[in-house]
Design a protein around this ligand. Structure first.
Ligand code: ATP
Length: 318
């Protein structure tokens, strides 16, 4: 069953390759606590999956190999440190298998853009290998493996919307009562997530930071599908740090606001900027305005919520 991440084992229908499509995310709330002794930060992190997708295909091979195509792929490692490769290795180790697959990533999620592209590829590779190898992991097992790979990986598997607590990996699905229309302004080059957290700590100095809590008004806005209320409730505690490291993002945010966005914010650790539009037509107009503003490399419209990682049926499987 291609629609469920925890589809039953496919031992007798081993296909030659498996492709999984996986969405990007935007953080509609990112409340960051002070640094913990282990270096992570406690978060109240409301993830929303958006309709920009990577596709990860796994094919049996003599040895583990990673290739990638699409914008920015010159910036991602193609060795065993690639998050998709790490996912394949983790699943293989757990089941006493050799991770001998060719992983091909078609990237559409901006690289190092604050949209969890690497995490998405890890979740996709995990589901693709589970399907290819017939290891039949349950969804809780897949989610546990995802959490070992990175804080944002479990959400990439489930999609929709969810509240992440702890360092972001303790997930509670959040109901969403409508469609939200977003536009993403993609910057040239990325921002390092750890560097943005360090800058956040530096800017805060000795200030006392309250424990991060999810905002009830934001969860209500998602539940009722109220775009205007969601626009008023969006927050990102990493935005000052992203703007401090990349001051030109202010111009991008202003360009979107002047072009009619209901709200503008940095996506996660940036540098992608996210704009909430009133409806699909406004999102299309906003995309055009941003494309011609000269303040970003490209602009893309995407609706939310998007479904999590899913196996894409291929003719080879028939
Ligand atoms: P997040 O929003 O989760 O903080 P991000 O979207 O800002 O992440 P990614 O696209 O995940 O950033 O890339 C972060 C770094 O991870 C990249 O600079 C790259 O070196 C490394 N990386 C490893 N594997 C991948 C992958 N499959 N895709 C993208 N980046 C990868």
């Amino acid at each position: 069953d291609a629609a469920r991440p925890n589809a039953p084992p496919a031992r007798r229908t081993v296909s030659r390759s498996v492709t999984v499509r996986v969405p990007a995310k935007v953080n509609v709330q990112l409340a960051v606590g002070g640094p913990r002794p282990d270096g992570f930060h406690d978060l109240a992190n409301v993830f929303l999956a958006v309709g920009l997708y990577d596709e990860v295909t796994v094919t049996p091979a003599d040895t583990l190999r990673v290739t990638a195509s699409g914008p920015g792929t010159d910036q991602i490692p193609l060795d065993a440190t690639n998050l998709a490769a790490r996912a394949a290795i983790a699943l293989a180790e757990r089941h006493g298998l050799a991770p001998d697959v060719h992983i091909h990533i078609i990237k559409d999620i901006p690289v190092a853009g604050g949209m969890a592209g690497g995490s998405a590829d890890a979740a996709a590779a995990l589901l693709a290998c589970d399907t290819l190898w017939g290891t039949g992991a349950s969804q809780p097992e897949l989610l546990a493996l995802c959490a070992e790979l990175g804080s944002d990986v479990p959400f990439s598997l489930i999609g929709g919307a969810a509240l992440g607590q702890g360092r972001g990996e303790l997930l509670t699905p959040v109901p969403v009562g409508g469609t939200f229309h977003w536009v993403f302004a993609v910057a040239d080059g990325g921002l390092s997530t750890p560097a943005v957290y360090r800058e956040c700590d530096r800017l805060r100095g000795a200030a006392v930071i309250a424990a991060p809590e999810p905002a009830p008004v934001l969860l209500d806005a998602l539940r009722t599908g109220d775009t205007t209320a969601l626009a008023a409730a969006l927050t990102n505690d990493l935005q000052p740090a992203a703007l401090s490291l990349r001051p030109s993002l202010r111009e991008t945010l202003d360009a979107g606001t002047h072009a009619g966005a209901l709200a503008a914010l940095v996506s996660g650790s940036g540098p992608t900027c996210a704009f909430l539009a009133k409806d699909a037509a406004s999102a299309a107009a906003l995309t055009t305005a941003l494309l011609t503003s000269g303040t970003c490399r490209t602009a893309r419209a995407a609706a939310a919520p998007a479904q999590g990682a899913v196996v894409v049926p291929t003719p080879a499987e028939a």
